[in-house]
Write a protein that binds this ligand. Structure first.
Ligand code: 13P
Length: 247
Protein backbone atom coordinates (compact mmCIF):
# COMPACT_ATOMS: atom_id res chain seq x y z
CA UNK A 1 0.00 0.00 0.00
CA UNK A 2 1.15 3.53 -0.76
CA UNK A 3 2.07 5.34 2.45
CA UNK A 4 2.48 9.03 3.25
CA UNK A 5 5.86 9.95 4.69
CA UNK A 6 6.29 13.55 5.83
CA UNK A 7 9.54 15.03 7.10
CA UNK A 8 9.10 17.63 9.83
CA UNK A 9 12.29 19.65 9.89
CA UNK A 10 11.06 21.84 12.75
CA UNK A 11 13.44 24.83 13.26
CA UNK A 12 16.49 23.14 11.73
CA UNK A 13 18.70 23.15 8.60
CA UNK A 14 19.28 26.13 6.28
CA UNK A 15 18.06 27.03 2.80
CA UNK A 16 21.31 25.73 1.30
CA UNK A 17 21.09 22.44 3.19
CA UNK A 18 17.42 22.02 2.40
CA UNK A 19 18.03 22.41 -1.35
CA UNK A 20 20.88 19.87 -1.18
CA UNK A 21 18.56 17.52 0.66
CA UNK A 22 15.85 17.83 -2.00
CA UNK A 23 18.32 16.90 -4.75
CA UNK A 24 19.25 13.70 -2.95
CA UNK A 25 15.82 12.32 -1.99
CA UNK A 26 15.44 8.95 -3.68
CA UNK A 27 12.44 8.06 -5.87
CA UNK A 28 9.79 5.98 -4.17
CA UNK A 29 6.25 4.80 -4.83
CA UNK A 30 5.19 6.43 -1.56
CA UNK A 31 3.85 9.93 -1.13
CA UNK A 32 6.60 12.14 0.27
CA UNK A 33 6.17 15.54 1.90
CA UNK A 34 8.55 17.98 3.55
CA UNK A 35 7.40 20.40 6.25
CA UNK A 36 10.00 23.16 6.05
CA UNK A 37 10.41 26.42 8.01
CA UNK A 38 8.50 29.33 6.47
CA UNK A 39 11.61 31.11 5.19
CA UNK A 40 12.61 28.08 3.06
CA UNK A 41 9.24 27.64 1.37
CA UNK A 42 9.78 29.98 -1.57
CA UNK A 43 13.06 28.34 -2.63
CA UNK A 44 11.65 24.89 -1.88
CA UNK A 45 8.68 25.60 -4.14
CA UNK A 46 11.07 26.17 -7.05
CA UNK A 47 13.26 23.19 -6.17
CA UNK A 48 10.28 20.86 -5.95
CA UNK A 49 8.63 22.04 -9.18
CA UNK A 50 9.75 18.95 -11.10
CA UNK A 51 9.87 16.52 -8.20
CA UNK A 52 7.24 14.23 -6.78
CA UNK A 53 7.66 15.69 -3.32
CA UNK A 54 4.92 17.75 -1.74
CA UNK A 55 5.62 20.91 0.20
CA UNK A 56 4.22 21.39 3.69
CA UNK A 57 4.27 24.22 6.22
CA UNK A 58 4.62 23.65 9.94
CA UNK A 59 1.92 26.05 11.11
CA UNK A 60 -0.58 28.65 9.87
CA UNK A 61 -2.45 31.67 11.22
CA UNK A 62 -5.92 31.10 12.60
CA UNK A 63 -7.13 34.26 10.83
CA UNK A 64 -7.60 34.81 7.10
CA UNK A 65 -5.75 38.15 6.82
CA UNK A 66 -5.18 41.46 8.54
CA UNK A 67 -3.30 43.00 11.45
CA UNK A 68 -1.73 39.86 12.95
CA UNK A 69 1.97 40.67 13.21
CA UNK A 70 4.25 37.71 12.73
CA UNK A 71 1.61 35.40 11.27
CA UNK A 72 1.41 33.66 7.87
CA UNK A 73 -2.01 32.98 6.33
CA UNK A 74 -3.31 29.88 4.58
CA UNK A 75 -3.73 31.97 1.43
CA UNK A 76 -0.02 32.85 1.51
CA UNK A 77 0.87 29.17 1.95
CA UNK A 78 -1.34 28.28 -1.00
CA UNK A 79 0.66 30.72 -3.17
CA UNK A 80 3.79 28.81 -2.17
CA UNK A 81 2.25 25.54 -3.40
CA UNK A 82 1.90 24.00 0.03
CA UNK A 83 -0.09 20.79 -0.27
CA UNK A 84 -0.07 20.13 3.48
CA UNK A 85 0.29 22.07 6.69
CA UNK A 86 0.89 20.69 10.17
CA UNK A 87 -1.50 21.91 12.87
CA UNK A 88 -1.52 21.35 16.61
CA UNK A 89 1.94 19.83 16.79
CA UNK A 90 2.72 19.03 20.42
CA UNK A 91 5.61 21.53 20.40
CA UNK A 92 3.13 24.27 19.46
CA UNK A 93 0.77 23.08 22.20
CA UNK A 94 3.54 22.79 24.83
CA UNK A 95 5.71 25.85 24.03
CA UNK A 96 3.18 28.21 22.43
CA UNK A 97 -0.01 27.44 24.39
CA UNK A 98 -1.90 26.30 21.30
CA UNK A 99 -5.40 25.13 22.18
CA UNK A 100 -7.79 22.72 20.45
CA UNK A 101 -9.95 25.76 19.63
CA UNK A 102 -7.03 27.47 17.82
CA UNK A 103 -6.30 24.23 15.99
CA UNK A 104 -9.91 24.05 14.85
CA UNK A 105 -9.74 27.59 13.42
CA UNK A 106 -6.47 26.79 11.63
CA UNK A 107 -7.92 23.64 10.06
CA UNK A 108 -10.85 25.66 8.69
CA UNK A 109 -8.49 28.30 7.26
CA UNK A 110 -6.42 25.63 5.50
CA UNK A 111 -9.38 23.74 4.06
CA UNK A 112 -10.83 26.98 2.70
CA UNK A 113 -7.63 27.31 0.65
CA UNK A 114 -7.52 23.65 -0.41
CA UNK A 115 -4.50 22.81 1.78
CA UNK A 116 -4.63 19.50 3.63
CA UNK A 117 -4.21 19.94 7.38
CA UNK A 118 -2.06 17.33 9.16
CA UNK A 119 -3.69 17.39 12.57
CA UNK A 120 -1.21 16.28 15.24
CA UNK A 121 -2.64 14.72 18.37
CA UNK A 122 -1.03 12.85 21.22
CA UNK A 123 -1.00 12.35 24.96
CA UNK A 124 1.62 13.33 27.55
CA UNK A 125 3.50 10.67 29.56
CA UNK A 126 1.54 11.63 32.68
CA UNK A 127 -1.77 11.13 30.85
CA UNK A 128 -0.64 7.77 29.49
CA UNK A 129 0.39 6.67 32.99
CA UNK A 130 -3.09 7.52 34.24
CA UNK A 131 -4.57 5.50 31.33
CA UNK A 132 -6.10 8.63 29.86
CA UNK A 133 -4.70 8.22 26.32
CA UNK A 134 -8.01 7.49 24.60
CA UNK A 135 -9.87 10.17 26.53
CA UNK A 136 -7.25 12.79 25.59
CA UNK A 137 -7.22 11.80 21.92
CA UNK A 138 -11.00 11.70 21.74
CA UNK A 139 -11.20 15.25 23.11
CA UNK A 140 -8.45 16.54 20.79
CA UNK A 141 -10.16 15.02 17.73
CA UNK A 142 -13.68 16.18 18.61
CA UNK A 143 -12.62 19.75 19.40
CA UNK A 144 -10.19 20.17 16.49
CA UNK A 145 -12.69 18.82 13.98
CA UNK A 146 -15.81 20.50 15.34
CA UNK A 147 -17.85 21.96 12.47
CA UNK A 148 -15.28 20.86 9.86
CA UNK A 149 -17.21 19.86 6.75
CA UNK A 150 -14.58 18.11 4.62
CA UNK A 151 -13.02 15.98 7.32
CA UNK A 152 -11.91 13.45 4.70
CA UNK A 153 -9.39 16.09 3.54
CA UNK A 154 -7.73 16.09 6.96
CA UNK A 155 -4.82 13.80 7.81
CA UNK A 156 -4.23 12.76 11.41
CA UNK A 157 -0.77 12.28 12.88
CA UNK A 158 -0.74 10.36 16.15
CA UNK A 159 2.35 11.56 17.98
CA UNK A 160 2.50 10.44 21.61
CA UNK A 161 4.45 13.26 23.24
CA UNK A 162 6.55 10.85 25.33
CA UNK A 163 7.75 9.11 22.15
CA UNK A 164 8.98 12.27 20.37
CA UNK A 165 12.77 12.09 20.38
CA UNK A 166 13.43 15.63 21.60
CA UNK A 167 11.13 15.22 24.59
CA UNK A 168 13.13 12.16 25.71
CA UNK A 169 16.24 12.16 27.85
CA UNK A 170 19.10 9.77 27.12
CA UNK A 171 20.56 8.55 23.87
CA UNK A 172 18.26 5.66 22.95
CA UNK A 173 15.07 7.29 21.63
CA UNK A 174 12.11 4.94 21.94
CA UNK A 175 9.06 4.94 19.72
CA UNK A 176 5.72 3.63 20.99
CA UNK A 177 5.45 -0.18 20.87
CA UNK A 178 3.83 -1.81 17.85
CA UNK A 179 0.97 -2.99 20.07
CA UNK A 180 0.39 0.53 21.37
CA UNK A 181 0.48 2.00 17.87
CA UNK A 182 -1.93 -0.61 16.54
CA UNK A 183 -4.38 -0.19 19.39
CA UNK A 184 -4.37 3.61 19.34
CA UNK A 185 -4.62 3.88 15.54
CA UNK A 186 -7.60 1.50 15.59
CA UNK A 187 -9.19 3.68 18.25
CA UNK A 188 -8.59 6.90 16.28
CA UNK A 189 -10.04 5.37 13.11
CA UNK A 190 -13.05 4.25 15.11
CA UNK A 191 -13.67 7.72 16.51
CA UNK A 192 -13.36 9.25 13.03
CA UNK A 193 -15.80 6.76 11.57
CA UNK A 194 -18.29 7.54 14.30
CA UNK A 195 -17.90 11.26 13.60
CA UNK A 196 -18.66 10.79 9.92
CA UNK A 197 -19.54 7.38 8.54
CA UNK A 198 -18.84 8.11 4.88
CA UNK A 199 -15.86 10.45 5.29
CA UNK A 200 -14.26 9.27 8.54
CA UNK A 201 -13.13 5.94 7.13
CA UNK A 202 -11.19 7.71 4.37
CA UNK A 203 -8.97 9.66 6.76
CA UNK A 204 -5.31 8.66 6.81
CA UNK A 205 -3.68 8.21 10.19
CA UNK A 206 0.10 8.65 10.38
CA UNK A 207 2.36 7.74 13.28
CA UNK A 208 5.10 10.04 14.60
CA UNK A 209 7.55 9.64 17.46
CA UNK A 210 11.14 8.40 17.05
CA UNK A 211 10.56 6.84 13.63
CA UNK A 212 14.00 5.94 12.24
CA UNK A 213 15.54 3.54 9.72
CA UNK A 214 15.81 0.78 12.36
CA UNK A 215 12.07 0.73 13.17
CA UNK A 216 10.34 2.26 10.14
CA UNK A 217 9.76 -1.03 8.35
CA UNK A 218 7.94 -2.68 11.26
CA UNK A 219 5.91 0.43 12.09
CA UNK A 220 4.93 1.21 8.50
CA UNK A 221 3.97 -2.35 7.69
CA UNK A 222 1.14 -2.21 10.23
CA UNK A 223 -2.10 -1.99 8.29
CA UNK A 224 -3.49 0.58 10.73
CA UNK A 225 -0.58 2.95 9.95
CA UNK A 226 -1.04 4.98 6.76
CA UNK A 227 2.31 6.71 6.99
CA UNK A 228 4.76 8.51 9.23
CA UNK A 229 5.66 12.00 10.39
CA UNK A 230 9.40 12.00 10.92
CA UNK A 231 11.34 14.54 12.97
CA UNK A 232 14.99 13.92 13.91
CA UNK A 233 15.57 11.16 11.36
CA UNK A 234 14.43 13.47 8.55
CA UNK A 235 17.27 15.93 9.08
CA UNK A 236 19.79 13.75 7.26
CA UNK A 237 18.88 12.72 3.74
CA UNK A 238 20.63 9.36 4.21
CA UNK A 239 18.35 8.35 7.09
CA UNK A 240 15.25 9.82 5.42
CA UNK A 241 16.04 7.82 2.27
CA UNK A 242 16.61 4.71 4.39
CA UNK A 243 13.11 5.16 5.86
CA UNK A 244 11.58 5.62 2.38
CA UNK A 245 13.35 2.52 1.13
CA UNK A 246 12.47 0.36 4.14
CA UNK A 247 8.86 -0.04 2.98
P1 13P B 1 10.99 12.63 16.17
O1 13P B 1 10.88 11.79 14.93
O2 13P B 1 12.30 13.35 16.29
O3 13P B 1 10.63 11.85 17.41
O4 13P B 1 9.90 13.80 16.05
C1 13P B 1 8.59 13.45 15.78
C2 13P B 1 7.85 14.68 15.46
O5 13P B 1 7.65 15.53 16.32
C3 13P B 1 7.41 14.87 14.07
O6 13P B 1 6.47 15.86 13.97
Amino acid sequence: MRKIIIANWKMNLSITKSLEFVKKVKKTKHMVGIAAPYTFLCEMKKALAHKKIQLAAQDVARFAEGAYTGEVSAKMLKKLNCTYCLVGHSERRVYFAETDENVNEKIKQLLAQGIKPVLCIGEKASERNKKLTKKVLNKQLKKALQGVKNIDKVIIAYEPIWAISTFQKGKQKKSASLDDIMEVHKYIKNVLEKMSKSKGSKIKVLYGGSVKPSNSQEILSLKEVDGALVGGASLKVSSFNAILQSI
